[in-house]
Ligand binder design. Structure first.
Ligand SMILES: [Zn+2]
Length: 270
């Protein structure tokens, strides 16, 4: 896509979302506009999933209300094989695409050539594991919030369906938050996967990475202190909680827009 075409897409895409604060990613961020496209697409997938789940819940509540206010919806209200197939395919496409952008960024940043043909295999392997878990975790969180909201709805006299809707976890803010966080993660993962590939081919080459906070995260107590920190590419910037999500690279928290830059360590020292 040509640069001005990308810019036009972004302008239109960001103008579309009404009612929430629209925030561009940091100007200094590498591949900012590509990331914004990925972010926008993830947001649409999540939004579509939310819309379907919300409709399923409300339909169920209305059917229940005729007889009795039963608080626990059946689990399969959230599950639909067709949605899963559709959402997984769409997400897979974005993940692989964005990871390849991260990998390209890594390759151009280190100033040496290496065989990049193994990167795609690594990326596909990561994407499959990630995607299955991510979708399940997304639904699990939603399900818990829905259950609590329904319990409250049943226990509280006078609570309307309108009040219930406000408590459901299917709002635009959440979709955006998820899209921001996952965009940050997938790009960094692409960089790290390329780094692993290079390390395997050239174990003696020392690669370092530096953390950059965006303007918002400058004052964030998690990311603020990480800004400008440079460490070995294999080291984590913070304590690893979970290989898949909190792997020691950005994002350090939900809504984190931080990024890393990699280079070969020409000083050759640690
Ligand atoms: Zn951050």
């Amino acid at each position: 896509m040509a640069e001005d075409k990308v810019r036009r897409f972004i302008t239109i895409a960001f103008a579309e979302t009404e009612g929430i604060k629209l925030q561009r990613r940091d100007k200094r961020e590498p591949d900012r506009e590509w990331k914004e496209i990925a972010q926008k697409r993830i947001q649409s997938i999540v939004r579509r999933r939310f819309k379907r789940q919300k409709a399923a819940i409300l339909g169920w509540v209305q059917r229940q209300a005729v007889y009795t206010k039963a608080p626990i919806p059946p689990d399969d209200l959230f599950e639909d094989e067709e949605w899963d197939i559709e959402d997984e395919a769409a997400m897979m496409h974005i993940i692989l695409w964005e990871m390849s952008k991260g990998a390209e960024r890594f390759s151009s940043s280190i100033g040496m050539t290496f065989d990049t043909s193994g990167i795609n295999v690594r990326a596909a392997k990561f994407a499959r594991t990630y995607l299955t878990k991510w979708l399940a975790d997304l639904d699990r969180t939603s399900r818990e919030i829905v259950r609590n909201a329904l319990a409250l709805f049943v226990e509280t006299p006078g609570m309307t369906i309108g009040d219930l809707v406000k408590m459901l976890p299917f709002n635009e803010e959440r979709a955006l938050r998820i899209a921001v966080t996952e965009t940050t993660r997938i790009y960094a993962k692409g960089q790290m996967i390329a780094a692993q590939e290079l390390k395997e081919q050239y174990p003696d080459v020392r690669i370092i990475k530096t953390w950059f906070t965006d303007n918002d995260d400058k004052v964030c107590e998690i990311c603020g202190p990480l800004h400008g920190m440079t460490i070995d590419v294999d080291e984590p910037f913070y304590d690893i909680e979970d290989d898949l999500y909190q792997d020691g690279n950005p994002p350090a928290h939900v809504n984190c827009r931080c990024w890393i830059e990699t280079s070969t360590d020409i000083r050759g020292t640690r």
